[in-house]
Unconditional design. Structure first.
Length: 345
């Protein structure tokens, strides 16, 4: 297929681009190259036949119409989004503009393209979202595809709105849509403002490792390359109009995750004292969701997909990647907001 992938220079998007090219698809990578994007993420496929990069913003309707007309994609995989909860607390407007109005603009361009092509049954608009739209869980239970939406941050509210738009375009205009909601991703090329890279890079620098509250918040951790594989599986095999929850089957408290990373670094890059001595508890994020957990039954039973990497294996691979790719993350450390406390309220 010829895939139009938005946000393909970002963390998850670039993993999808790399795997799609490896699987033999053609890819049109559409990215506005905002602060969290990096073309080095796709450097290994930049010269591959069938790969094209379009520097364009999904909020620009003329640019989106031009991209669709020029490339006539068979499917859209929509990953472009503002995604950092802390940044959404400090500046929610950008999240509304990109995640809501950007998705609207892309839907309109995709609809025009689909109708111009004669409304082919094979076309797909695959919207990639987050489990954060479901809100916060207590000690028990898991999110299913039927869980009621209950977003609690500007970020998750904007993603919930974009999910609703996609479903509305499917119902009202017949656009062939499919949705996925994923748990927390981690892995290579993760922009250095999120928890896992912050822990790794602060530990390597001998700086304090900040942990919100007491680190009791629980997340289901999904290795990014597993997520990319799941997304391509859903695109090819998923049922139109359905949503699929993609999880890593790896729940962990934040504090336990941090200790796991520190233990890996103690083995691979030892220092005079354990890296865990750098852990520092800081004021919690306002409205911090207590727990996320994915029920992966639909992915397993309908599509036969399960993650291939345990949390221990994925963290080992991630830490080794950061140790081996210092030039990549060094180049990003001067970007806006990196290394600063954001979202303090």
């Amino acid at each position: 297929m010829k895939l139009l992938i938005t946000g393909g220079a970002g963390f998850i998007g670039s993993a999808v681009v790399r795997q799609a090219i490896a699987a033999g698809h053609s890819v049109v990578n559409v990215d506005a190259l905002t602060y969290a994007a990096c073309l080095d993420n796709v450097a290994q496929v930049a010269d591959a036949p069938g790969y094209t990069f379009e520097h364009a913003d999904i909020r620009d309707s003329a640019a989106m119409d031009r991209v669709f007309a020029a490339h006539t994609p068979d499917a859209v995989m929509h990953l472009a989004a503002e995604s950092h909860v802390d940044r959404s607390i400090d500046g929610p407007g950008a999240f509304l503009e990109t995640n809501i109005m950007g998705t609207y603009t892309l839907l309109q361009a995709a609809r025009t393209h689909w109708e111009t092509q004669g409304r082919p049954d094979t076309f797909r608009f695959h919207h990639i979202s987050t489990d954060e739209v479901f809100g916060s869980l207590g000690p028990k239970g898991q999110f299913t595809e039927d869980t009621a939406y209950d977003p609690r941050s500007p970020y998750s509210a904007s993603k919930a709105a974009s999910d609703h738009l996609v479903r509305a375009w499917g119902e009202t205009y017949g656009l062939p849509v499919i949705l996925t909601n994923c748990s927390n991703n981690y892995g290579p090329f993760h922009f250095p403002e999120k928890l896992v890279p912050v822990v790794i890079l602060n530990a390597l620098a001998g700086d304090a490792i900040p942990v919100y509250g007491q680190g009791e918040n629980v997340r289901d951790w999904l290795f990014v390359e597993d997520h990319a594989d799941a997304l391509l599986t859903v695109l090819e095999k998923g049922q139109l109009g359905r949503s699929y929850n993609i999880g890593g089957e790896n729940e962990a408290r934040n504090i336990d995750l941090v200790h796991m990373i520190c233990a890996i670094l103690d083995r691979l890059r030892p220092r005079d004292t354990p890296h865990a001595d750098l852990i520092t508890f800081v004021a919690d994020r306002p409205g911090h969701d207590q727990r996320y957990a994915i029920d992966p039954t639909r992915m397993q039973t309908e599509l036969g997909w399960r993650p291939s990497v345990t949390l221990e294996q994925g963290l080992e691979r991630t830490v080794r990647w950061y140790l081996d790719n210092e030039s990549w993350w060094r180049a990003l450390q001067n970007r806006d907001g990196v290394g600063k406390r954001l979202g303090a309220g």
